[in-house]
Ligand binder design. Structure first.
Ligand code: NAD
Length: 404
């Protein structure tokens, strides 16, 4: 059977037919009420594009290949891809033949859609795969994003985007050159609790935000070796967990910081953490004089985001987990959040598929990933030097992304 490509989804003729259906009032009927309700739940603040509604109606989904079948792919992304409406798991890239066999059976992946790191580039000839999702150790992101772009695929890259700003630039350029979209796996931009924090903070619902606080960490056992090898991770908990605090305070405030001060925590297990920090605290200063006090650790399980504004406060705790989030405000429990957990990852991937199908910009682009890597580097610079470090040049370079 002939494969339908995403460009065919958005062909003028099918758009006209679909519009005609809608104007005749049959569109919603064909789609079915549950599917339509799910469709509307995908993109809470923006309606789905027409091509996505068509895709939902016809059951056609964009194909996703996961690169790296470790904890996050197996525990979160593959299960989420069983719930997505606009995309589905069609391929895998792994260096471990036993994993390939297991995934092949579990997710009915045909042999022709299973790649290793050597033959990965031939994915370019595979029409079953529209999106490559890079879920490898941090320092490997750049190579596989570039190779995916060269293979003509849209790309999702896990956080942190890379271990250097230069790598981020190369990744953005490669996707631009290929005419493909690049997004970062910032799942919390699609979580109802965090969308509510953005709404209240950015719209100054409780007045101007005066103070922010965020911490994120977990107690590391000895089962995550690459995370404490600087060459692969780029750094310790700041790269892995602290990045959520950076994101959280920026999108709650709706502004980028102008400077940062930082301090490493004393190591409790210096032998284990001989290449990277075990913990770090930092303060961002904003142009209006407000501040964000943040902390990250591999020695303590914490997950917290708090905003204090002129006329009220908002508090998320746990804030950064995959589920079981809890939110409170000075006016009572957090509004606009569902009673049941949603799949952050399913929403994130469906939103990206919607962006591809309708040629819309993603709200978590590569430029945002690069902005955050620049800020992480600024935090390390402040901790290394003991000096306040200006982050103003990041604002100047990246005003396109700003403080979403
Ligand atoms: P993991 O250690 O569980 O898996 C890493 C995978 O990479 C494994 O399949 C491993 O075989 C493969 N790999 C290939 N080459 C490797 C090498 N040289 N050394 C080590 N592993 C190699 O890690 P993970 O937790 O799945 O994290 C992968 C990426 O996903 C990281 O960038 C991480 O920051 C990100 N992540 C994001 C979230 C999120 O919530 N967005 C959650 C967890 C992880």
């Amino acid at each position: 059977m002939k494969k339908t490509t995403s460009s065919e989804f958005s062909s003028a003729a099918s758009r006209r037919d679909f519009l005609r259906h809608l104007s005749l009032g049959v569109g919603a009927g064909l789609l079915g009420v549950p599917a339509l309700a799910n469709a509307l739940a995908l993109a809470p603040e923006s309606a789905l594009g027409l091509a996505s509604l068509e895709a939902l109606q016809t059951g056609r989904k964009l194909g996703v290949a996961l690169v790296g079948l470790g904890g996050y792919s197996s525990g979160q992304l593959a299960p989420a891809l069983q719930k997505t409406q606009l995309c589905r798991l069609t391929g895998i890239v792994t260096g471990t033949p036993e994993k390939a066999q297991k995934w092949k059976q579990q997710y009915s992946i045909p042999d022709k859609n299973i790649y290793n790191y050597q033959n990965f580039d031939s994915i370019k000839d595979n029409p079953d795969i529209d999106i490559v999702y890079v879920v490898l150790p941090n320092s490997m992101h750049a190579e596989y994003v570039e190779r995916a772009a060269r293979a003509g695929k849209h790309v999702i890259c896990e956080k942190p985007m890379a271990t250097s700003v230069e790598d981020c630039r190369r990744m953005i350029d490669a996707c631009k050159k290929a005419g493909k979209k690049l997004s970062i796996g910032y799942r919390l931009h699609f979580d109802p609790y965090h969308l509510e924090a953005m709404r209240i903070g950015q719209n100054q619902v409780y007045g101007p935000v005066k103070k922010l606080m965020s911490e994120n960490g977990f107690t590391m056992g000895e089962n995550r070796p690459w995370r404490i090898q600087k060459k692969l991770s780029g750094g310790g908990p700041l790269m892995d967990m602290g990045i959520y605090c950076v994101q959280g305070v920026i999108y709650t405030k709706g502004q980028l910081p102008v400077s940062v001060t930082a301090k490493y925590a004393q190591k409790t297990r210096p032998q284990q953490f001989n290449e990277v920090e075990e913990g770090l605290s930092w303060q961002f200063q904003f142009a209006d004089g407000s501040t964000a006090d943040c902390r990250t650790s591999y020695a303590e399980s914490v997950s917290h985001l708090r905003m204090e504004a002129a006329n009220g406060w908002l508090d998320l705790q746990p804030a950064f987990a995959y589920n079981g989030l809890h939110g409170q405000t000075s006016k009572g429990p957090l509004a606009n959040v569902p009673t049941q957990d949603v799949s952050q990852q399913a929403r994130q991937m469906d939103d990206f598929a919607d962006c591809i199908l309708n040629n819309k910009p993603t709200r978590v682009p590569g430029e945002m990933g690069m902005r955050d890597v620049q800020l992480l580097k600024g935090i390390y610079q402040a901790a290394d030097s003991g000096q306040k470090v200006s982050t103003k040049d990041i604002v100047a370079v990246l005003d396109k992304v700003g403080a979403r």
